[in-house]
Design a protein around this ligand. Structure first.
Ligand SMILES: [Zn+2]
Length: 551
């Protein structure tokens, strides 16, 4: 059989793997590429296989970088079944239409500009409609049950401890009278993540596809992150300030609600927090919380115990959900100290921007980050200590206290991933390392070789591996790199050139005499620095191309 890597290879987004057996074509995940413009451009490339020929899609979990291209796959002719856990199905029912909405909004904005410039209009990657239409392809399954998918393929979904519904998938393939077992780890969480079960520990397989996000990193402050969070909140409330928590709508927000609910049961400590209003201001987070409540069979024992005791672990007295825009606005009219949990987690979109605008300039308030902040986002600027930021075109002084609590990551670190690998009594013949940046992949690979004595491969995007079972136990591998020819890279280069052209025209439009007059000395020097860097790079590029032209 063949295994190809079409996303999240030497990258953390766009998860997409293709397993081809004698009789079937099966995809594992079909996620959106997220991040820089060049990476996002991959979403617009044709799928490197015919979507109409795919029989099944096995989905590890609902995060958009794993599920976000399913509506597109469907739009391009996929007619098969999407198989995932019941909770993942529930979350996709809200997250994929939300993603469709974002896709539509993105082009709406660009098209307004293009209409004025007389350019051809863009169409969205997919629409809300497309997203709704593909949802009837989803089949929900239960954790730990064995599913006979076809005569030759059997599956089992196990807890991955990453978000509600997340799974590692076991796949058994019968081919040429031999059985081969593959495990797709999906994104792996940590032990003791609130609400959900710990990652399942496997004993054996022939081939393992393993995520590597933090393959070479330890998380700081793992054990006491909730305690630290409450401490910061108490200090802020004591000064009469409010706490703004930018949080991912699915998973992290529910984890926060769960933590606040627990406080209710700890009567003596955290008196101030107990009496203050906690707002969850994100329609997606509110819908996701409903999905959580519908899937209590996926909860861990502790969360189930709350329910048995008559407590809803995702609700408490002073919790207020604000769905409508009016409700959202009214939060900021009321000047009493409060806690606001809102999205997006990295502050680059959504209602959180309004709350930052209203709270950043007052020193009594705290902005409390509980998730990863990528380069280039407003959240990252704040975490890095920006003194002024621009929100909705307005310059805002940053006077509030900025705190980052690192311990809430949804991904396991070295300790967790090593525990996962250490549980194998029959070692996989090959561990394919995916879903990681290159430094994490390299460090992880080296450690796996040395510590676990397992063979590793870090596949490139577009690579195809022919995997075979030879004799009874040994499994060997033939590598077929034919799919990775240079065409792929060449196309990518053309993409960059087109993007650059667009970006330069954007800058030309943006930087007028008026705008330059508004910049202060510092901003002018920074802008000049940027230009010099760009200029240097472009000169190097021209030299390189000119030289090869003359060869
Ligand atoms: Zn994930």
């Amino acid at each position: 059989m063949k295994l190809s890597f079409f996303g999240a290879a030497k990258l953390v987004t766009g998860s997409n793997y293709l397993l081809e057996t004698n009789n079937h074509k099966i995809l594992i995940d079909c996620g959106l590429f997220q991040g820089s413009k060049a990476i996002k451009a991959k979403n617009y490339e044709e799928f490197p296989y015919k979507p109409s020929e795919i029989d099944f899609l096995l989905l590890t979990h609902a995060h958009i970088d794993h599920s976000g291209r399913i509506p597109l796959l469907y739009k391009k002719g996929f007619k098969g079944e999407v198989i995932c856990t019941n909770a993942t199905k529930g979350l996709c029912q809200i997250m994929l239409p939300d993603s469709g909405h974002i896709q539509e909004m993105n082009v709406k904005y660009k098209n307004r500009k293009r209409t004025r410039a007389g350019l051809e209009l863009l169409s969205p990657l997919y629409t809300i409609e497309d997203a709704y239409s593909c949802l009837n392809k989803f089949t929900g399954v239960q954790y730990n049950s064995t599913i006979k998918l076809t005569d030759s393929i059997t599956l089992r979904y196990r807890d991955a401890g990453h978000i509600l519904g997340s799974a590692s998938i076991e796949v058994w393939v019968e081919e040429n009278n031999k059985q081969t077992k593959l495990i797709f780890s999906g994104d792996l969480g940590k032990d003791n993540t609130p609400i959900i079960n710990d990652p399942y520990l496997f004993k054996e397989c022939d081939f393992l596809l393993m995520e590597s996000t933090y393959g070479n990193k330890y998380h700081e402050f793992k054990s006491n992150s909730t305690e630290r969070m409450f401490q910061v909140i108490e200090e802020t409330l004591s000064k009469g300030g409010s706490v703004i928590i930018p949080s991912f709508s699915v998973g992290r927000t529910q984890e926060m609600i769960y933590a606040f609910n627990k406080i209710e049961t700890i009567k003596e400590k955290w008196q101030k927090i107990k009496n203050v209003s906690v707002y969850v201001d994100s329609p997606l987070a509110i819908s996701a919380t409903e999905v959580f409540k519908d899937n209590i069979e996926s909860f861990d024992d502790e969360a189930k115990q709350y329910i048995l005791n008559g407590d809803n672990p995702l609700d408490f007295d002073n919790l207020i959900f604000t769905r409508s825009t009016e409700e959202s606005k009214s939060i900021n009219y009321n000047k009493n100290p409060k806690i606001i949990i809102s999205a997006s987690g990295m502050c680059d979109a959504g209602r959180i921007k309004h709350h930052l605008k209203h709270h950043l300039w007052e020193k009594e308030n705290t902005i409390l980050f509980v998730g990863y902040q990528a380069h280039g986002t407003l959240g990252r600027l704040l975490v890095d200590g920006a003194e002024k930021v621009k929100i909705f075109g307005e310059t805002i002084n940053v006077k509030a206290r900025i705190e980052m609590i690192d311990g809430f990551s949804g991904h396991g670190d070295i300790e967790n991933l090593d525990k996962f690998l250490g549980s194998f009594t029959k070692k996989p013949s090959i561990v394919f390392l995916v879903h990681g940046e290159i430094d994490q992949l390299n460090g992880f690979s080296k450690r796996i070789n040395e510590k676990f004595n397992m063979k590793t491969i870090i596949p490139d995007i577009g690579e195809c591996y022919e995997i075979q079972s030879v004799s009874d136990k040994k499994t060997i591998i033939n590598v077929d790199r034919t799919i990775t020819d240079n065409t792929y890279k060449r196309l990518e280069l053309l993409n960059y050139v087109a993007k650059l052209k667009e970006e330069i025209s954007d800058i030309t439009e943006l930087i007028s005499y008026d705008v330059i007059n508004k910049l202060d000395e510092d901003e002018i020097s920074k802008t000049i620095d940027y230009y010099e860097k760009i200029d240097d790079n472009i000169s190097d590029l021209i030299t390189l191309v000119e030289e090869s032209k003359n060869e």
